[in-house]
Structure formats: structure tokens, C-alpha cells
Design a protein around this ligand. Structure first.
Ligand code: SF4
Length: 426
């Protein structure tokens, strides 16, 4: 650290923590509390940047990915969630057949997507075979892509219903899911590892002990995962520290976590919408403290959809080394100003990283490098997303989803080309 920053850390009262960071020593829960409480966010961020650059240099990772939210039906009723529809008599409810989910993947057949991210609600009507078929169909539609699917909450449900199919342990279920095409797990569902928050906001979901047990089993089955923290609602600082400590203990044991993703909560259209959303300053602090506390996690991600693109650019200097990806279609939260699906093109993502002063590197879900800089980027994703995002209409009859007028990427490009030729001919 330069003399300037050494002076700044001492002035901010963070000299001892700075020394530990310099020496690569693990920070204590008390250190974590001090980092949350310190008003000098720039100094906290500069300390996080030391760890970020030690682990990942100047690199900022991005991924060409597609999200598929196969159902919004969920019987968990988490108070912070705006995505779910009740299993009975909810006009918003939808569920895709495995074939329809695969068709969504085929819609982007001309984009070199390396990751299909599949999550949904806990839909009590779906049998074990549905999940296996979903993976098989998506894999068949996009054999080269990794499938990253199911939060630990969905996994808990799948393990439960697998008993009817004679599968009695999580390990057996993970083996089946892997055979069907599962490559990794996104890691959501723990929210905040606090019994108090669990009881208050999501009591019917698995608690932190179960989440950690399933994550351990996944890692021991050879599946890598991420981990998340949903912050900005009713959690307390000490509860977030507890969350970090539990995660890093499991990481010491299994080494199975790739990335940690602090998720900025969005109150719009939830049961808690009177609460204020986290600010950009809070978002940056969460990224920075996570980077400093989770010393054994290789990557910290600023998920641009939750944090916004501008905060994510700054986060690349506050501990984050990953911005996530192109997404294509996202149902979990929507842009409140437009109430429509969100997408950034590969060109926009890369330009956003370059403008922030970092080196863009395209990765796959396991952080294998696929391209660097502006190599291969385009604006194709927005074109396709605009065309495909609204083609799927939820049906009142669960299990039947209408899909009409599907246009492939090649067709859409041809149409665009024809339109340009027609314009020029005028
Ligand atoms: S957060 Fe997940 S488990 Fe909870 S209600 Fe929403 S979809 Fe269901």
C-alpha cells in the first residue's frame, strides 16, 4: 500500500486491519463489524482492492449467459420476494414444459452462450422426473454450454420428491442431476444466515444449517457452486458477519465455492415495499466487506441487474472482479421504470468494463477464459432479447404455456437485413 493509503487507513482508524490485509491474514468478526461501521468508504474499498488485485489482477470477468426461469409458482411465500405466484388461483402463475424451456435456449442459438442459468420457484406440482427432463432438454438444445441450475432451496425440494423415485440421499440426487446435464449450482436461497431473519421473512424455506449441508453435499459430489447474501431489508450487521463466517468455514472444508454475490434487495412489489432499497453506497460497502471477509473465495461478483451498471463499474475498484453477463431475459426482478426484461449486450458489458479502467475477460461458469477485450463482442443479444422475451405467455392452466411465433436468430438477422436493404432502396 502506498504511503498515501497507509496514512489514510490510519486516519480512518483501520491501521490494524490494513496491516492484516497487507499480510494476507484472516479478518475476525470484530474486524468485519469495524469495516461496516467505518464512515470512510473509500478506505474500506481501497483495502478490498488490495485483495481483489492480489487474487485477480486487473481482470474483470463477464459471461455470455442466458437465464431461464422455468416457473414462478412457489409455495414458500418469502416476504422479500416479488417473483413468485401462489400455487392456486394466481393469474401470474406460469410453468414451462422442459421442451418450452429448451426452445427458449434455442431462440439464442446464434449467440455463443457458455452458461444457461436455470432457477425457479418451489413448485409443489412438479415431479422428480420434470427436473431431470428439464436439464436433458436444455443440454440437448445447447450441448456446449454449462448448465448452472437450482438454488439450494429448489435442491431441497428435489431431494424431498426424489424419495418417491427411490432416491434417498442428496448425493444420489446430485448424481442423477449431473447425469441429466447439471454442471454447477448458482448458490442462492440462503438469503441471510440468521435464525431471526429466517423466522421473520422466510420461515418455510430450509434454514442455514440445511443450506450449508446441501452445499457441502454438492461440493463433495464434484459440483462447484456460488453463494449469495440478500441484504438491505431487515438484517443486522452482525448477522451478515455470521453469514460470512459460516461460508468461509465451509469453503475451508470443501473449496467448492467459486464466487460470492452480494444481492442488493429490491423492495418493489414485495410484502415489504415500504422499506427503503439499499443505496449505491451500501452496495459498494457490501462488495468491499465481502471481499475482505471471504479471503478464501476466488471471486466476488457485482451482479449488474441488482446493483445497476454504474454501481457495478465502481464496484470493480471496491473488491469485485466479475459483473455477471448478458442475461437475455430476467424475471426475478424487473426494471421498475419499464417493467420489462433486462439485457446488456456483450459489447455493452465489455465497454462498461473498459470505461471503468479494468481488463475485460470473457469466462465460462468455471472461470475458464474464452476471450479477451473486444474480441467477438456484438449487439446481437438485445436484438434477440427484444424479439423473444415476450413470446411466452403464462396460461391460466398451470403446466400449459402458450408459445407462438418463435423466430430464430438467423431469421431475425435476415429480417433486419431485408429491412435495411428496403430502407436504402427508398
Ligand atoms: S425467494 Fe424463491 S423460495 Fe422464496 S418465494 Fe421467491 S421464488 Fe419462492
Amino acid at each position: 500500500m502506498s504511503t498515501f493509503w497507509q496514512h489514510q487507513t490510519e486516519r480512518a482508524g483501520l491501521g490494524e486491519i490494513a496491516q492484516k490485509v497487507q499480510n494476507g491474514e484472516r479478518l475476525s468478526p470484530a474486524d468485519g463489524l469495524a469495516l461496516y461501521a467505518n464512515p470512510n468508504l473509500n478506505v474500506v474499498g481501497a483495502l478490498a482492492n488490495i485483495v481483489r488485485e492480489r487474487k485477480n489482477g486487473d481482470t474483470a470477468y463477464w459471461v455470455r449467459n442466458q437465464h431461464v426461469n422455468y416457473t414462478n409458482v412457489c409455495n414458500k411465500g418469502c416476504l422479500f420476494c416479488s417473483f413468485y405466484a401462489k400455487p392456486k388461483d394466481d393469474p401470474r402463475a406460469y410453468v414451462m414444459t422442459p421442451q418450452q424451456a429448451a426452445q427458449k435456449v434455442r431462440n439464442y442459438g446464434d449467440v455463443p452462450i457458455s452458461e444457461v442459468h436455470v432457477v425457479g420457484g418451489v413448485n409443489p406440482k412438479l415431479p422428480y422426473e420434470y427436473y431431470l427432463e428439464l436439464l436433458r432438454e436444455i443440454k440437448a438444445a445447447r450441448p456446449q454450454a454449462h448448465i448452472k441450475a437450482f438454488t439450494m432451496v429448489e435442491i431441497d425440494q428435489i431431494v424431498r420428491i426424489a424419495k418417491k423415485a427411490g432416491k434417498n440421499t442428496p448425493r444420489e440426487v446430485f448424481e442423477d442431476l449431473k447425469s441429466a446435464g447439471l454442471d454447477a449450482l448458482p448458490g442462492g436461497g440462503a438469503e441471510v444466515m440468521s435464525d431471526r431473519v429466517h423466522e421473520d421473512l422466510f420461515a418455510t424455506k430450509p434454514d442455514s444449517a440445511r443450506w450449508l449441508e446441501l452445499a457441502r453435499e454438492a461440493h463433495l459430489s464434484g459440483l462447484k457452486s456460488n453463494a449469495t447474501l440478500l441484504y438491505g431489508h431487515v438484517e443486522q450487521t452482525a448477522e451478515k458477519i455470521e453469514h460470512f463466517v459460516k461460508l468461509r468455514e465451509l469453503q475451508d472444508e470443501t473449496g467448492g465455492f467459486l464466487s460470492f454475490i452480494p444481492l442488493s434487495w429490491h423492495p418493489e412489489k414485495t410484502a415489504l415495499e415500504d422499506l427503503k432499497a439499499p443505496t449505491g453506497v451500501e452496495d459498494l460497502r457490501e462488495i468491499a466487506v465481502a471481499r475482505l471477509m471471504l479471503d478464501n473465495f476466488p471471486h466476488i461478483k457485482s451482479f449488474w441487474i441488482m446493483n445497476s451498471a454504474p454501481v457495478t463499474q465502481s464496484a470493480l475498484w471496491f473488491g469485485a472482479d466479475d459483473v455477471d453477463g448478458t442475461i437475455m431475459e430476467y424475471e426475478i426482478i424487473r426494471d421498475p421504470s419499464k417493467d420489462r426484461k433486462q439485457v446488456l449486450t456483450s459489447r455493452q458489458l465489455v465497454e462498461m468494463i473498459i470505461e471503468a479502467g479494468r481488463q475485460p475477460v470473457e469466462r465460462d461458469p468455471l472461470y475458464n477464459v474464452l476471450s479477451r477485450g473486444l474480441e467477438g463482442v456484438s449487439d446481437l443479444e438485445t436484438l434477440l432479447s427484444n424479439q423473444n422475451a415476450d413470446l411466452i405467455q403464462p396460461s391460466a392452466n398451470l403446466g400449459i404455456t402458450q408459445r407462438e411465433g418463435i423466430t430464430t436468430a438467423s431469421q431475425s438477422l435476415k429480417e433486419k437485413g431485408r429491412a435495411l436493404i428496403a430502407l436504402e432502396a427508398r
